[in-house]
Design a protein around this ligand. Structure first.
Ligand code: HEC
Length: 434
């Protein structure tokens, strides 16, 4: 009897409509990527654009392929958790199943506005790479552009959005502040002088020499003392990666750009075929209204010395970091390439407690997301962070460009990386200078 009543209710309850039930979900959950001229193939801002995709949308949300999100829900709690609720999935399914109707125009909420392609609205300052750079067809390339800010006084930045000039060729971008006479910023391999003797260069690409020492477990007590296997490095001002949202810094925090500094763009141009392409990538800077309570910082942890054997289905690589001061951790971004399979961030506190901060059981090179903690993670001095990654260099990994090769660190997508970016604050409010 109850099921009969259920059926009756389902048949009389009005079918969900785009304007009333679907648009509010899409506006909140989808359109940041699904608007014209952004990374997704179609816009979901209006009914006409969304309607032909109703079936694909139904499948994508039921399979939780969309929105993209890769953190294991058993660990951590994230402010930018993209997963739809069961209710939202139900509504979308029912909309698609019951005619994918438009509904009454009066029900439509105000659509988010994307100012001239900027997700965060019009920036206060836009700085570009300073030229229309010609990307020749053929290989990947890593290009560096160092350009003046012409800032006569320092500025506090509350957000930075990198806008690729040509999405067909720009794969990812880092923008760093170069404050002194150095020619390269903190994310440039050029600035890592101790590393140079372990590297080989091919054009603008760099990789670790095949005969360089191998350290897969940089956490081992007997791990050799090689460059950047311990400690951390200062991270970039902003980064653009596939699927990653622009760098909007948390309330009350900002980053400092000193007077006279330059910006360095490191742009990874993916391989293109056909006609040469031009690119003029830029960064939009959003000024903080006042000096912040806290300075936002980013530390980068890397292992340059792993070696992934040919064919290995699950090769483990580790990197540890021991905190020498109390910190508040805000976010983690893992970075690997095509063979990256999974990564776990485990914290060991000085009293022995262990806690998994983030686990990504199915990493995807196509979606390099930032995971922002809902509440900052308080870390005591003496705590140790252990990053454990696995790489799938087997033929069963459909993304694997070549299972027959041993793989070392390299900036080309077909080589590998083991990098983590961690945004943090000092827990004590600094008298904010820089
Ligand atoms: C972080 C950016 C992002 C968000 C958020 C996002 N998408 Fe996507 N979506 C993409 C990109 C990029 C593609 C194309 C690449 C791909 O299919 O992996 C895509 C592809 C799709 C496809 C096509 C899949 C196919 O089978 O070809 C559908 C359908 C879709 N998205 C629906 C949605 C819906 C519905 C939402 C919100 C509930 C959403 N997406 C949220 C970026 C996003």
């Amino acid at each position: 009897m109850f099921w009969a009543l259920g059926l009756l209710l389902a048949s009389v309850s009005p079918a969900p409509t785009f304007t009333k039930d679907i648009a509010p979900i899409f506006y909140q959950r989808c359109v940041a990527c699904h608007h014209p001229n952004d990374i997704a193939p179609m816009s979901l801002l209006d009914y006409k654009s969304a309607r032909p995709w109703a079936k694909a949308i139904r499948e994508a949300v039921l399979a939780r392929k969309m929105p993209p999100w890769f953190a294991d829900p058993h660990f951590g709690s994230f402010a930018n958790d993209a997963r739809l609720t069961a209710g939202e999935i139900d509504t979308i399914k029912s909309w698609a199943d019951r005619g994918a109707r438009e509904g009454d125009a009066a029900d439509l909420p105000a659509a988010p506005v994307f100012a001239d392609g900027w997700r965060l609205g019009n920036p206060d300052i836009v700085i570009d790479i300073g030229q229309d750079f010609v990307v020749k067809s053929g290989n990947d390339a890593y290009e560096h552009f160092v350009v003046p800010t012409n800032f006569t006084e320092g500025k506090w930045i509350r957000a930075a959005e990198i806008r690729p000039g040509n999405r067909r060729v720009v794969h990812h971008v880092h923008v760093s502040v170069v404050g002194d006479e150095r020619q390269a910023g903190s994310t440039s391999i050029e600035s890592m002088t101790e590393l140079q003797s372990f590297l080989v260069r091919e054009g603008t690409l760099t990789r670790v020499r095949e005969d360089a020492p191998v350290v897969d477990d940089a956490c081992a007590t007997d791990a050799p003392d090689l460059p950047y296997l311990r400690g951390s490095q200062e991270g970039a001002l902003a980064s653009f990666l596939p699927g990653r949202a622009p760098d909007r810094f948390p309330d009350g925090t900002a980053k400092w750009v000193p007077p006279g500094s330059r910006l360095e763009f490191v742009v990874h141009y993916a391989r293109t075929s056909g006609a040469p392409q031009t690119d003029r990538t830029s960064v939009g800077l959003y000024l903080a209204p006042a000096p912040p309570e806290r300075v936002l910082r980013r530390m980068d942890l890397r292992n340059f010395f792993f070696r992934i054997p040919p064919g290995s289905p699950s090769h483990e690589v580790k990197r540890c970091f021991t905190f020498d001061e109390n910190r508040l951790l805000l976010s983690i971004t893992p970075h690997m390439h095509y063979r990256g399979h999974d990564v776990v961030y485990e914290l060991r506190r000085p009293d022995g407690r262990r806690e998994v901060l983030l686990a990504v059981p199915n990493y995807s090179f196509n979606w390099q997301l930032v995971y922002r903690f809902k509440e900052p993670v308080r870390v005591e001095k003496g705590s140790r962070l252990m990053v454990t990654t696995h790489y799938d260099n087997s033929p069963n990994n459909p993304a694997n460009p070549d299972p027959a090769r041993a793989i070392r660190w390299g900036d080309k997508s077909e080589e590998e990386m083991m990098t983590s970016w961690i945004e943090y604050l000092n827990p004590e409010a600094e008298s904010a200078r820089k």
